[in-house]
Design a protein around this ligand. Structure first.
Ligand code: S3P
Length: 176
C-alpha cells in the first residue's frame, strides 16, 4: 500500500511527502517531477509552450507510473491531478490517500508570488487559490481516505500526523 498525498498548491505535499518517505525509508515520487523528466521541460515551460491540456495528459501518465511503483512509495500528486476521474481511481487503487489542507492565508503565504506555478501567474495567487479550493473541494473529498490540516504545523508535525493515519488504516485493513 502506497501513501498518496493530494491537496492544493502550497498544502505541503512535497515537503511532507519527503519527510514521510525519509522516516520510513520509502521512495518519494512527485508527479510534477515525473512530468518534467518525461517532457525535458519545467511545468511552467510546458504550460507556456504546449498548453495545460498537454500537461494534463503527461500528468495522467505520471500518475499511472507512480501508482504502479513496485516498492513502497510516498506519492505526491500535482494539485490538479484529482480533477481526472481516472487519476482519482488510480490513486485510490494505489493505497491510502491523504488530503492535506490549509487555510487560504497559509496557502497564500506558502506559494508567495506563485513563481513556477503557471496557474498562479498573472493574477492574485491568494484569490486564485480560494477559487481553486472551491472548484476542487468535491474531488479532494471524493478521493481522500483521511484529511490532515497543515495550518500552523511544521512539516515534521504534519508528517507524523499523516503516518499515524496511515498506520491506523494499515491495521484496520489487516483486520486487527
Ligand atoms: C497544479 C499544481 C502544480 C503543478 C501545476 C498545476 C494545479 O503542482 O502540477 O502547476 O493544477 O494545482 P503542486 O500542487 O505540486 O504545486
Amino acid at each position: 500500500m502506497h501513501l498518496v498525498l493530494v491537496g492544493l498548491m502550497g498544502s505541503g505535499k512535497s515537503a511532507v511527502g519527503r519527510a514521510c518517505a525519509a522516516r520510513r525509508g520509502w521512495a518519494f515520487v512527485d508527479t510534477d517531477e515525473l512530468v518534467e523528466a518525461a517532457a525535458g521541460a519545467s511545468v511552467a515551460r510546458l504550460f507556456a509552450t504546449r498548453g495545460e491540456a498537454a500537461f494534463r495528459r503527461l500528468e495522467g501518465e505520471a500518475v499511472a507510473e507512480a501508482c504502479s511503483s513496485e516498492v513502497p512509495a510516498v506519492i505526491a500528486l500535482g494539485g490538479g491531478a484529482v480533477l481526472s476521474a481516472e487519476n482519482r481511481r488510480r490513486a485510490k487503487g494505489a493505497g491510502f490517500v491523504v488530503w492535506l489542507t490549509a487555510d487560504a492565508d497559509t496557502l497564500g503565504e506558502r506559494v508567495g508570488t506563485g513563481e513556477g506555478r503557471p496557474l498562479l501567474a498573472g493574477g492574485n495567487p491568494g484569490e486564485t487559490l480560494r477559487r481553486l479550493a472551491r472548484e476542487r473541494e468535491a474531488a479532494y473529498r471524493e478521493v481522500a481516505d483521511a484529511v490532515v490540516d497543515t495550518t500552523g504545523r511544521s512539516v515534521e508535525e504534519v508528517a507524523e500526523a499523516v503516518l499515524r493515519e496511515f498506520d491506523r488504516a494499515v491495521e484496520a485493513r489487516a483486520g486487527r
